[in-house]
Design a protein around this ligand. Structure first.
Ligand SMILES: [Zn+2]
Ligand SMILES: [Zn+2]
Length: 481
């Protein structure tokens, strides 16, 4: 058997790798992937407030919560969202599983909910079926202020109702929510994209208008003119907007039913005093929209421009910017407008996914956007509530006894902070002072042995010893005062 020698070179390489690895750890090399973000505890308080408000309002208006998986069969989106939309052609995170399934991280909520609607026979329930969701969605987009690759949305879907009152109610709920959480100056843009009867006519007129003008358009628009001509209208390139000026408008081509639907919707919106702007160029790029489409914006005040959020696109260099379609148009991110979300009616989606005609309307707000708007408008995150008490322990026995005593406080709903790893009574009292506790509960060796505990009023320094079995009642009385 040959003798085994370790080549010194190998030792060097191994050590070198090890040091590299360790230094990476030290220099904090790992960061969250581009376009994603962490939500830290302080920020979570605002998130909780927003989620809570969304849940309450959804619940009040009769929407039941639904959670669908974070990934679905890719075909659900190519069929539902539409194979020529930007979402499907450019933005999906798709992968093949070991079992050979082709799956996609959900880029939006509506097709999965329509799938669930059929899968669980919800068409047999009294209609309409009202569902809401709060969760994460994924799109490979170029990150910008307020735009992430993993983002959170609160969405509403009202399925099985064709009256414009449903469209109005979805929009109203979003506005009620924005008012309740404190977003100021929200404005609605609304349009009708027609139906299966009037849209084809409009579409061919639009194509006829653009055909001799294709030369003057950007590359994307040249593709759109073949695949998705309605989207020619919402291009943000200046040269395309110039051509657009003479283009036929949807509003002039609506059939009587669509016209009436829009007219009624606007009347409902007037009734609840929602400020709106009819935007004839608003189409939202998704295949499934029929009639109503809408987006909600806020204007930002110049003085209170928010600091850049943690999307470090400049630092890492832009990679091929992708035009956004379902969220904010890019202009809203460079100008003083911020898109909070949008939605519309999707009377054809059910037929595509389930073979049945079921009219529906829905929409979603981006939670990151809402938070950005709140901060831009000077909203301050509230301070966490101060603990009423602080538990101070001294000595090994007291430290052991502290765990069950703290649990008694939790059961009695008396808030308590502690620093159980610390030994010094002085440093523990310092922290009690810092966190603003009203009472320190002190357990030393003597108290641990004789079953008492000392209550110390932090403001006066007055202390008294109380039997452990009575200290909760005693404390509650004191705290009431
Ligand atoms: Zn129509
Ligand atoms: Zn264009």
């Amino acid at each position: 058997m040959p003798k085994f020698f370790v080549d010194p070179h190998i030792i060097f390489v191994v050590l070198d790798r090890y040091y590299n690895f360790m230094s990476k750890q030290k220099t904090n090399e790992f960061r969250s992937p581009r376009g994603t973000h962490d939500i830290l505890p302080e920020e979570e308080r605002l998130w909780d407030k927003i989620r809570q408000e969304a849940k309450e309002i959804s619940g009040f208006y009769g929407f039941g919560r639904i959670d669908t998986p974070h990934f679905e069969h890719t075909e659900l989106f190519t069929l539902g969202t539409g194979s020529v939309t930007d979402i499907v052609t450019k933005q999906m995170y798709s992968f093949r599983t070991r079992g050979g399934d082709q799956l996609t991280l959900r880029p939006e909520g509506t097709p999965p909910i329509m799938r669930a609607f059929f899968e669980h026979g919800m068409f047999n329930l009294p209609q309409p079926v009202k569902l809401y969701y709060i969760g994460q969605f994924f799109r490979h987009e170029s990150p910008q202020r307020g735009r992430f690759r993993e983002f959170n949305q609160w969405g509403l879907e009202l399925i099985g109702e064709d009256s414009p009152v449903a469209d109005a109610q979805v929009i109203q709920i979003f506005f009620v929510f924005l008012r309740e959480v404190g977003v100021k100056n929200a404005i609605l843009e609304v349009n009708s994209t027609g139906c299966q009867i009037c849209r084809p006519r409009y579409r061919s007129e639009l194509v006829a208008y653009y055909r001799p003008r294709l030369k003057g358009l950007c590359k994307d628009c040249k593709d759109r003119s073949r695949q998705n001509p309605l989207r020619l209208l919402d291009c943000k390139e200046e040269k395309c907007q110039i051509v657009r000026r003479g283009a036929p408008e949807t509003l002039d081509h609506l059939c009587d039913n669509c016209k009436n639907h829009l007219k009624l919707l606007l009347e409902f919106l007037d009734e609840v005093s929602i400020p709106y702007l009819l935007n004839p160029y608003l189409v939202r790029g998704l295949d499934y929209y029929t009639r109503t489409v809408f987006e909600i914006f806020v204007g930002e005040e110049e003085k209170e421009k928010p600091k850049e959020v943690s999307v470090d696109s400049q630092k890492r260099g832009e990679e091929n910017p992708v035009k956004e379609e379902n969220e904010a148009p890019p202009e809203s991110l460079t100008s003083k407008r911020l898109a909070l979300g949008g939605g519309g009616r999707y009377d054809n989606l059910a037929e595509i996914l389930g073979g049945k005609t079921v009219p529906a309307v829905g929409g979603a707000l981006g939670i990151e956007r809402i938070i950005l708007a709140l901060k831009a408008q000077g909203y301050k995150v509230s301070e966490p509530a101060k603990p009423k008490t602080f538990f101070v322990q001294l000595g090994e026995l007291a430290r052991k006894k502290s765990l069950p005593l703290i649990e008694e406080l939790r059961k009695a709903r008396v808030s308590v902070a502690e620093s159980l790893g610390r030994d010094s009574i002085k440093s523990q009292l310092n922290i009690a002072d810092k966190v603003g506790a009203e009472y320190a509960l002190i357990l030393g060796q003597k108290e641990a042995l004789d079953g008492t505990i000392i209550l110390r009023e932090m403001s006066s320094g007055i202390q008294e010893a109380v039997p452990q079995e009575k200290f909760i009642d005693f404390l509650k009385k004191k705290l009431k005062k």
